[in-house]
Ligand binder design. Sequence first.
Ligand SMILES: [Zn+2]
Length: 260
Amino acid sequence: MISRWWGALRRRQTERTLARRAIPDELWALTLARFPFLTRRPAADQQKLRELATLFLAAKEFAAPEGLEVSDEMAVAVAAQACLPVLRLGLSWYDGFVGIFMHPDAVQVRREHTDEIGVVHEYEDTLSGEAMEGGPLMLSWRDVADAGESAEWGYNVVIHEFAHVIDMRDGVADGIPPLPDRAARERWAATLQAHYDAHCADVDDGIETLLDPYGAEALDEFFAVASEAFFVAPGDLRAEHPALYELLAGFYRQDPAAET
Ligand SMILES: [Zn+2]
Protein backbone atom coordinates (compact mmCIF):
# COMPACT_ATOMS: atom_id res chain seq x y z
CA MET A 1 0.00 0.00 0.00
CA ILE A 2 2.75 2.40 1.07
CA SER A 3 4.83 1.57 -1.98
CA ARG A 4 1.84 2.15 -4.26
CA TRP A 5 1.26 5.50 -2.66
CA TRP A 6 4.96 6.31 -2.93
CA GLY A 7 5.00 5.31 -6.58
CA ALA A 8 2.00 7.54 -7.33
CA LEU A 9 3.61 10.44 -5.47
CA ARG A 10 6.84 10.07 -7.39
CA ARG A 11 5.00 9.93 -10.69
CA ARG A 12 3.14 13.12 -9.79
CA GLN A 13 6.41 14.84 -8.87
CA THR A 14 7.96 13.74 -12.15
CA GLU A 15 5.02 15.08 -14.13
CA ARG A 16 5.17 18.37 -12.25
CA THR A 17 8.91 18.74 -12.91
CA LEU A 18 8.42 17.96 -16.60
CA ALA A 19 5.63 20.54 -16.85
CA ARG A 20 7.21 23.31 -14.80
CA ARG A 21 10.86 22.99 -15.71
CA ALA A 22 10.56 21.88 -19.34
CA ILE A 23 13.58 22.90 -21.45
CA PRO A 24 12.37 25.75 -23.71
CA ASP A 25 11.82 24.78 -27.37
CA GLU A 26 14.41 27.18 -28.72
CA LEU A 27 17.12 26.09 -26.31
CA TRP A 28 16.40 22.43 -27.00
CA ALA A 29 16.53 22.99 -30.78
CA LEU A 30 19.86 24.81 -30.36
CA THR A 31 21.25 21.93 -28.28
CA LEU A 32 20.25 19.31 -30.85
CA ALA A 33 21.72 21.39 -33.67
CA ARG A 34 25.04 21.64 -31.84
CA PHE A 35 25.44 17.92 -31.46
CA PRO A 36 24.81 16.00 -34.70
CA PHE A 37 24.92 12.64 -32.91
CA LEU A 38 21.72 13.77 -31.13
CA THR A 39 20.10 15.17 -34.28
CA ARG A 40 20.49 11.75 -35.94
CA ARG A 41 18.33 10.04 -33.33
CA PRO A 42 14.66 9.30 -34.11
CA ALA A 43 12.09 11.85 -32.91
CA ALA A 44 10.81 9.54 -30.15
CA ASP A 45 14.34 9.20 -28.72
CA GLN A 46 14.84 12.96 -28.85
CA GLN A 47 11.59 13.51 -26.97
CA LYS A 48 12.57 10.98 -24.31
CA LEU A 49 16.02 12.55 -24.08
CA ARG A 50 14.48 15.98 -23.53
CA GLU A 51 12.37 14.64 -20.66
CA LEU A 52 15.32 12.88 -19.05
CA ALA A 53 17.46 16.02 -19.44
CA THR A 54 14.73 18.06 -17.71
CA LEU A 55 14.63 15.63 -14.77
CA PHE A 56 18.44 15.50 -14.71
CA LEU A 57 18.65 19.31 -14.43
CA ALA A 58 16.12 19.29 -11.59
CA ALA A 59 18.16 16.71 -9.67
CA LYS A 60 21.75 17.90 -10.20
CA GLU A 61 23.61 20.98 -9.01
CA PHE A 62 26.11 22.81 -11.17
CA ALA A 63 29.00 24.80 -9.79
CA ALA A 64 31.90 26.66 -11.39
CA PRO A 65 34.97 28.61 -10.27
CA GLU A 66 34.74 32.39 -10.03
CA GLY A 67 34.59 33.98 -13.44
CA LEU A 68 32.53 31.23 -15.05
CA GLU A 69 28.78 31.27 -14.81
CA VAL A 70 26.95 28.09 -15.76
CA SER A 71 24.29 29.31 -18.19
CA ASP A 72 21.13 27.37 -19.10
CA GLU A 73 22.73 26.69 -22.46
CA MET A 74 25.73 25.05 -20.79
CA ALA A 75 23.66 23.03 -18.35
CA VAL A 76 21.39 21.73 -21.11
CA ALA A 77 24.40 20.84 -23.27
CA VAL A 78 25.71 18.68 -20.42
CA ALA A 79 22.32 17.21 -19.52
CA ALA A 80 21.43 16.20 -23.08
CA GLN A 81 24.72 14.36 -23.59
CA ALA A 82 24.76 12.85 -20.11
CA CYS A 83 21.28 11.38 -20.51
CA LEU A 84 22.05 9.66 -23.82
CA PRO A 85 23.66 6.55 -22.25
CA VAL A 86 20.74 6.10 -19.84
CA LEU A 87 18.01 6.74 -22.40
CA ARG A 88 16.68 3.20 -21.86
CA LEU A 89 18.31 2.38 -18.52
CA GLY A 90 16.77 5.28 -16.61
CA LEU A 91 18.06 8.23 -14.63
CA SER A 92 18.40 6.24 -11.38
CA TRP A 93 21.83 5.11 -12.63
CA TYR A 94 23.02 8.62 -11.76
CA ASP A 95 21.49 8.71 -8.26
CA GLY A 96 24.88 8.35 -6.56
CA PHE A 97 25.96 11.98 -6.94
CA VAL A 98 24.53 15.48 -7.22
CA GLY A 99 27.32 17.97 -7.99
CA ILE A 100 28.77 18.78 -11.40
CA PHE A 101 31.76 21.10 -11.39
CA MET A 102 32.41 22.98 -14.60
CA HIS A 103 35.87 24.32 -15.43
CA PRO A 104 36.29 26.75 -18.35
CA ASP A 105 38.97 24.50 -19.85
CA ALA A 106 41.01 21.38 -19.10
CA VAL A 107 42.84 21.59 -15.76
CA GLN A 108 46.38 20.73 -14.75
CA VAL A 109 46.63 18.63 -11.61
CA ARG A 110 49.56 17.21 -9.68
CA ARG A 111 49.44 13.46 -9.29
CA GLU A 112 51.42 11.05 -7.18
CA HIS A 113 52.03 7.46 -7.99
CA THR A 114 53.88 4.96 -5.81
CA ASP A 115 55.52 2.22 -7.86
CA GLU A 116 56.09 -1.45 -6.92
CA ILE A 117 59.31 -0.73 -5.05
CA GLY A 118 57.78 2.14 -3.08
CA VAL A 119 59.22 5.08 -5.01
CA VAL A 120 56.81 8.02 -5.22
CA HIS A 121 56.57 9.63 -8.64
CA GLU A 122 55.03 13.07 -9.00
CA TYR A 123 53.72 14.23 -12.32
CA GLU A 124 51.40 16.72 -14.02
CA ASP A 125 48.17 15.47 -15.52
CA THR A 126 45.72 17.28 -17.82
CA LEU A 127 42.08 16.57 -17.07
CA SER A 128 39.13 17.32 -19.36
CA GLY A 129 36.83 15.59 -16.94
CA GLU A 130 36.83 13.39 -13.88
CA ALA A 131 34.31 11.10 -12.21
CA MET A 132 34.64 9.84 -8.67
CA GLU A 133 32.44 7.42 -6.81
CA GLY A 134 29.84 9.47 -4.95
CA GLY A 135 30.76 12.52 -7.06
CA PRO A 136 31.17 15.34 -7.76
CA LEU A 137 31.82 15.06 -11.45
CA MET A 138 34.17 17.50 -13.16
CA LEU A 139 33.92 18.64 -16.78
CA SER A 140 35.85 21.09 -18.96
CA TRP A 141 33.32 23.35 -20.67
CA ARG A 142 35.56 23.77 -23.72
CA ASP A 143 35.53 20.01 -24.29
CA VAL A 144 31.77 19.80 -23.69
CA ALA A 145 31.11 22.66 -26.12
CA ASP A 146 33.34 21.15 -28.83
CA ALA A 147 31.58 17.77 -28.72
CA GLY A 148 29.87 18.35 -32.08
CA GLU A 149 33.19 18.57 -33.92
CA SER A 150 35.12 16.09 -31.79
CA ALA A 151 32.46 13.43 -32.50
CA GLU A 152 34.24 12.98 -35.83
CA TRP A 153 37.09 11.25 -34.05
CA GLY A 154 34.83 9.51 -31.56
CA TYR A 155 35.64 11.82 -28.65
CA ASN A 156 33.06 12.92 -26.07
CA VAL A 157 34.02 13.97 -22.55
CA VAL A 158 30.47 13.92 -21.10
CA ILE A 159 29.74 10.38 -22.25
CA HIS A 160 33.21 9.31 -21.09
CA GLU A 161 32.69 10.54 -17.52
CA PHE A 162 29.11 9.29 -17.27
CA ALA A 163 30.23 5.86 -18.54
CA HIS A 164 32.56 5.86 -15.51
CA VAL A 165 29.57 6.68 -13.29
CA ILE A 166 27.69 3.73 -14.80
CA ASP A 167 30.72 1.45 -14.39
CA MET A 168 31.15 2.50 -10.72
CA ARG A 169 27.49 1.88 -9.92
CA ASP A 170 28.52 -1.45 -8.35
CA GLY A 171 31.29 0.22 -6.34
CA VAL A 172 34.22 -0.82 -8.56
CA ALA A 173 35.78 0.98 -11.53
CA ASP A 174 36.73 -2.10 -13.55
CA GLY A 175 34.99 -1.64 -16.89
CA ILE A 176 32.23 -4.02 -15.83
CA PRO A 177 28.97 -2.23 -15.06
CA PRO A 178 26.25 -3.93 -13.00
CA LEU A 179 24.89 -6.80 -15.11
CA PRO A 180 21.95 -9.16 -14.50
CA ASP A 181 23.89 -12.35 -13.74
CA ARG A 182 27.21 -14.14 -13.61
CA ALA A 183 27.00 -15.44 -17.18
CA ALA A 184 26.49 -11.90 -18.44
CA ARG A 185 29.46 -10.69 -16.36
CA GLU A 186 31.69 -13.45 -17.71
CA ARG A 187 30.69 -12.77 -21.28
CA TRP A 188 31.26 -9.05 -20.73
CA ALA A 189 34.68 -9.52 -19.14
CA ALA A 190 35.86 -11.87 -21.92
CA THR A 191 34.68 -9.63 -24.79
CA LEU A 192 35.98 -6.44 -23.23
CA GLN A 193 39.34 -7.99 -22.34
CA ALA A 194 39.87 -9.36 -25.86
CA HIS A 195 39.18 -5.95 -27.43
CA TYR A 196 41.26 -4.21 -24.80
CA ASP A 197 44.27 -6.46 -25.45
CA ALA A 198 43.99 -5.88 -29.20
CA HIS A 199 43.66 -2.12 -28.63
CA CYS A 200 46.78 -2.05 -26.39
CA ALA A 201 48.74 -3.98 -29.03
CA ASP A 202 47.67 -1.52 -31.76
CA VAL A 203 48.57 1.47 -29.60
CA ASP A 204 51.97 -0.07 -28.79
CA ASP A 205 52.58 -0.63 -32.51
CA GLY A 206 51.72 2.99 -33.26
CA ILE A 207 48.71 2.00 -35.37
CA GLU A 208 46.05 4.70 -35.70
CA THR A 209 43.00 3.43 -33.81
CA LEU A 210 39.32 4.39 -34.00
CA LEU A 211 39.14 4.23 -30.21
CA ASP A 212 41.09 6.83 -28.25
CA PRO A 213 44.59 5.50 -27.39
CA TYR A 214 43.86 6.66 -23.84
CA GLY A 215 41.66 3.55 -23.60
CA ALA A 216 44.88 1.51 -23.31
CA GLU A 217 45.39 2.92 -19.78
CA ALA A 218 43.12 0.38 -18.09
CA LEU A 219 39.94 -1.63 -18.62
CA ASP A 220 37.69 1.01 -17.05
CA GLU A 221 39.12 3.66 -19.40
CA PHE A 222 38.63 1.30 -22.33
CA PHE A 223 34.94 0.89 -21.45
CA ALA A 224 34.54 4.69 -21.19
CA VAL A 225 36.34 5.28 -24.50
CA ALA A 226 34.35 2.54 -26.28
CA SER A 227 31.12 4.08 -24.93
CA GLU A 228 32.10 7.46 -26.41
CA ALA A 229 32.54 5.93 -29.87
CA PHE A 230 29.36 3.88 -29.46
CA PHE A 231 27.26 7.02 -29.05
CA VAL A 232 29.02 9.58 -31.23
CA ALA A 233 30.55 7.44 -34.01
CA PRO A 234 28.35 4.32 -33.89
CA GLY A 235 28.62 3.39 -37.58
CA ASP A 236 32.42 3.40 -37.39
CA LEU A 237 32.45 1.33 -34.21
CA ARG A 238 30.04 -1.26 -35.63
CA ALA A 239 32.09 -1.54 -38.84
CA GLU A 240 35.41 -1.89 -37.05
CA HIS A 241 34.53 -3.77 -33.85
CA PRO A 242 31.16 -5.51 -34.41
CA ALA A 243 31.35 -7.72 -31.32
CA LEU A 244 32.17 -4.77 -29.06
CA TYR A 245 29.37 -2.75 -30.65
CA GLU A 246 26.98 -5.65 -30.06
CA LEU A 247 28.01 -5.90 -26.39
CA LEU A 248 27.40 -2.20 -25.78
CA ALA A 249 24.14 -2.22 -27.77
CA GLY A 250 22.87 -5.02 -25.53
CA PHE A 251 23.85 -3.22 -22.35
CA TYR A 252 22.64 0.27 -23.26
CA ARG A 253 19.62 -1.24 -25.08
CA GLN A 254 20.24 1.09 -28.01
CA ASP A 255 21.28 0.62 -31.62
CA PRO A 256 22.56 4.08 -32.63
CA ALA A 257 24.27 2.78 -35.79
CA ALA A 258 20.88 1.79 -37.18
CA GLU A 259 20.07 5.50 -37.55
CA THR A 260 23.24 6.47 -39.40
ZN1 LIG B 1 38.36 8.16 -17.81
